[in-house]
Design a protein around this ligand. Structure first.
Ligand SMILES: [Zn+2]
Length: 250
């Protein structure tokens, strides 16, 4: 069985790794019920995303952004970590995996037990908000009550700045700290495991290649073929939970 042979090879590579890094994309979270916005038929093929310049320029764009976010709240709040998240968390707990770099904004790696400082969020986090000017943090529950009462997008109580979920929008600069840490991890790991990403969204998709160029072995686990399958040492096109679950006995 090709799948069994691949799993055995993955087990060998994980055993041999002294410093592995996991990189995750939407595919690991769709198994928890979070839709992949970018996929064919995903939200962004039906409804153009609002980019950062529009958000800053227009109160109507800010209102629409928040309306869409609150419409997704039940989905985000109901989502629980799945077998894939739990397996990654266990590999971190064992010390095999040094850190998790993620394109996801749902906080499910933290919810599965990975320490916050070991999750590098390239596209930010949608489970809370902050002021774009003074960075003061806001929780979504209170913002939603005010939004539904007043119909106005939230401003910062401290400085009057615009409040936005802590995500990186289209047209918004990538977070410098996260990019720096991800670069260091990619350059200094000996095994890079890319999970549930089509590896097509840049600059995030540059990290597997960077790891490979720095001498690491590269594993890709994704249901569909990815843009970087041809440079990987091992490619597994399979369900993520089923692939990783057995490594940690779940
Ligand atoms: Zn502020």
């Amino acid at each position: 069985m090709a799948f069994d042979r691949d799993i055995a090879e993955l087990a060998r590579m994980i055993d041999q790794a002294r410093r592995a890094v996991v990189f995750t994309g939407a595919g690991i979270s769709t198994e928890s019920g979070i839709p992949d916005f970018r996929s064919p038929g995903g939200i962004w093929t039906r409804m153009a995303p609002i980019d950062f310049a529009e958000f800053l320029a227009s109160e109507e764009a800010r209102r629409e952004t928040w309306k869409r976010r609150f419409a997704m709240e039940e989905t985000f709040r109901a989502a629980q970590p799945n077998r894939g998240h739990r397996a990654v968390a266990e590999l971190v707990r064992r010390g095999t995996v040094a850190a998790v770099i993620t394109q996801n904004i749902d906080g499910l790696h933290q919810a599965s037990g990975v320490a916050e400082d070991l999750v590098i969020e390239l596209h930010g986090n949608t489970t809370y908000a902050h002021c774009l000017d003074c960075a003061r943090r806001y929780e979504l529950g209170a913002l939603r009550v005010a939004f539904e009462r007043d119909g106005a997008p939230p401003d910062c109580a401290a400085c009057g700045g615009f409040v936005k979920t802590a995500t990186i929008s289209f047209g918004q600069a990538m977070p410098e700290d996260a990019m720096q840490r991800a670069t260091e991890l990619a350059q200094h790991c000996d095994l890079f495991i890319a999970i549930g990403s089509s590896l097509a969204v840049w600059p995030a998709a540059g990290f597997p290649m960077m790891a490979k160029d720095s001498g690491a072995r590269l594993v890709i686990i994704n249901r569909e073929p990815t843009d970087q399958d041809d440079i990987a040492d091992l490619v597994i096109h399979h369900d993520i939970g089923e692939t990783l679950g057995p490594f940690v006995g779940n």
